[in-house]
Ligand binder design. Sequence first.
Ligand code: FES
Length: 60
Amino acid sequence: MTEDRIICGCNDVHRSTIENAIKDKGLQTSQQIIEELYVRKACGACEDDVREILTEVKGN
Ligand code: FES
């Protein structure tokens, strides 16, 4: 099982929150995740991680 680490430290968003939002809300793009969860709104360092998670979840 993957560790539920913080992906966006600026907004305290965990990996599980992003995964659940993709699955439950049917989010299709990183932009939708950004708007829905308020990630990547500050420093932007989490952008690559958000994309990776999206690819992983959609690939399953
Ligand atoms: S880590 Fe997500 S905006 Fe800074």
